[in-house]
Design a protein around this ligand. Structure first.
Ligand code: NAP
Ligand code: ZN
Ligand code: ZN
Length: 350
């Protein structure tokens, strides 16, 4: 297999800041597309991975799974995309394609031997390490590449590829819509898109944030109510209120307190992925037939559905565009909950 070498930003080890390196990309095969990356979002998962919080990975790690760009070459067998197409790549670039979940379009839950091949820090079917979107080009099998509708600017589209689908999938699955009260916990990258999408689906949306610092933004994004979780009165006032709670918080939370905000039969969906296990009291669940559930990104068909939904409703991420040499600073700001509401790297600066 032939390769070209491209520039990228990588974490050389869990303790080190990201730096510019070069990485190999395979030349496009028969079913591959070559994408010139224009923009790459910074997801909190990039930080968890780059800092080794999710277990051992092969370093260097080139993060980035919110990729938006333009197709610049296609293999001879490619039918889904052509040169010049505006496209996106999310959290995975391959899967077994034959297991029950892959056949159902739920590639993120692939149970085959290959499993879901992450866009970075994973091993592909060719045995090679994958490198993500903090780079100038990527080569991906056409079946794992999404179309970005014309109405969405590429920079604001990038975060939809992970943050957008991660909130869209549970909102759709648990039927957020007219007559449903939905709470979004944490107003960060995932959370701000959760508010926009839940509102567009017709639900009555409440933001539960650590403070009232971002209240104006939350209401502008589409929430009807906004409460500070640092105030114990919030948990008394809202007890038994919600049909669905989407927890996007990247840190440990007192889940029992949030389960208490569900109506009988309601569901708390865990999206945030902190390092350590989270305790849940059986009584918080059994006394009101409540569910505690999880959800991970979304499959290829649903990701395309989400992009089309966002175009139809005029939705995209609120972003702060940065240069590649600002990535380390951006990581610190994400960790300080100081992101409004997604950092996106201008790949031209790599
Ligand atoms: P983010 O932009 O950093 O947003 C997380 C938000 O959580 C913050 O803005 C903050 O909101 C709140 N928060 C942070 N620390 C907190 C603390 N100590 N206590 C209470 N609230 C706190 O991160 P993100 O990119 O949205 O990702 C969020 C989490 O989802 C991460 O763990 C990430 O790895 C995970 N994730 C999961 C999936 C999946 O498929 N399930 C996909 C993508 C990401 P306020 O300031 O409003 O309180
Ligand atoms: Zn992500
Ligand atoms: Zn599979």
């Amino acid at each position: 297999m032939t390769h070209t070498t491209i520039p990228a930003y990588a974490a050389p080890s869990p303790a080190a800041p990201l730096e510019r390196i070069t990485v190999p990309r395979r030349s496009p095969g028969e079913h591959d597309v070559l994408i010139e990356i224009k923009y790459s979002g910074i997801c909190h998962s990039d930080i968890h991975t780059a800092r080794g919080e999710w277990g051992e990975r092969a370093f260097p790690v080139v993060p980035g799974h919110e990729i938006a760009g333009v197709v610049t070459a296609v293999g001879s067998g490619v039918t889904r995309h052509t040169v010049g197409d505006r496209v996106g790549v999310g959290c995975f670039v391959d899967s077994c394609r034959t297991c029950e979940n892959c056949l159902a379009g739920l590639q993120q839950y692939c149970t085959g031997e290959l499993g879901m091949v992450g866009t970075y820090a994973a091993t592909g079917r060719d045995g090679e390490l994958t490198y993500g979107g903090y780079s100038t080009h990527i080569v991906v099998d056409e079946n794992y590449v999404l179309r970005i509708p014309d109405g969405i600017p590429l920079d604001a589209a990038a975060p939809l590829l992970c943050a957008g689908i991660t909130v869209y999938s549970p909102l759709a699955h648990w039927q957020a819509g007219p007559g449903k009260k939905v709470a979004v916990v944490g107003l960060g990258g995932l959370g701000h898109l959760g508010v926009k999408i839940a509102r567009a689906m017709g639900a009555e949306v409440t933001v539960l944030s650590q403070s009232l610092r971002k209240k104006d933004d939350g209401l502008r994004l589409g929430a009807e109510h906004y409460h500070a979780t640092s105030d114990p009165a919030t948990f008394e006032a809202l007890a038994g209120t919600f049909d669905l709670i989407i927890n996007t918080v990247s840190a440990d939370l007192d889940l029992d307190a949030y389960l208490g905000l569900l109506r009988s039969g309601g569901t708390l969906v865990q999206l945030g992925a902190p390092e350590k296990p989270l305790p849940v009291s059986p009584f918080a669940l059994i006394t009101h037939r409540r569910s505690f559930a999880g959800s991970m990104i979304g499959g290829i068909p649903e990701t395309q559905e989400m992009l089309d939904f966002c175009a139809e409703h005029g939705l995209a991420a609120d972003i702060e565009l940065i240069r590649a040499d600002q990535i380390n600073e951006a990581y610190e700001r994400v960790l300080a909950s100081d992101v409004r509401y997604r950092f996106v790297i201008d790949a031209a600066t790599i």
